[in-house]
Design a protein around this ligand. Structure first.
Ligand SMILES: [Fe+2]
Ligand SMILES: [Fe+2]
Length: 199
């Protein structure tokens, strides 16, 4: 399966990002990655708090929190194994730019669907970044780790799209997703140069 057909991302990450940026900044990347996992868990908790009556969503998010915090712990284990200490959280400009696309106002349904698609988008791009990392990084342990995480993020992406379709009544999820993809393609053009997972 190619991530292009599965995820429909419009701009692939240049593998040179791994060679030129990641490999000389592993400690930074691992800290940033750990906080990406923490933020994925926090986002799932927020979705529970905002939508307590959507039982299937609550169940899925409860599982997701556990899985993302397990990823966090595993990244943290690698950080410690390598003699590093988790650094401070860095701003994720990519995610902040994506967040601007979430509709303001527009009613409960529109808010929920956008939040789910925003989450799906981050999972999709993270999945793509992990694939590029796993295929290009000159580090056996991290190559295997990122391969495994790539599969898990692809599953999360599909779950968020499925929930969006389940809870949409008026909104055309496919059409809105297409707008998200177009916006993301525009945002990601400025990335692929920094020593963060989405950088
Ligand atoms: Fe994760
Ligand atoms: Fe995830």
């Amino acid at each position: 399966m190619s991530e292009k057909t599965i995820l429909k991302l419009q701009l692939p990450t240049d593998p040179l990002w791994v060679k030129n940026v990641v490999e000389s900044n592993i400690e930074e990347i691992l800290t940033d990655h750990a906080f990406c996992e923490q933020k994925a868990a926090s986002n799932a908790i927020t979705l529970i708090v905002q939508n307590p009556s959507l039982s299937e969503l609550v169940q899925e998010m409860a599982l997701l929190v556990q899985e993302e915090m397990d990823h966090f712990k595993r990244v943290h284990d690698i950080i410690l194994e390598r003699g590093y200490i988790l650094g401070r959280e860095r701003k994720d400009n990519y995610v902040n730019e994506l967040r601007k696309f979430i509709i303001v106002g527009g009613g409960r349904e529109a808010q929920l669907i956008d939040r789910l698609l925003f989450s799906a988008m981050i999972e999709a791009r993270s999945c793509e970044r992990f694939k590029v990392l796993s295929e290009n990084i000159n580090d056996e342990q991290l190559a295997a780790f990122y391969h495994e995480l790539m599969i898990s993020e692809a599953t999360h992406y599909s779950m968020f799209i499925r929930l969006a379709k389940k809870y949409a009544e008026e909104i055309d999820v496919d059409a809105r997703w297409k707008q998200f993809l177009e916006y993301e393609a525009h945002v990601i053009q400025n990335y692929g140069k920094g020593e963060t997972i989405h950088g």
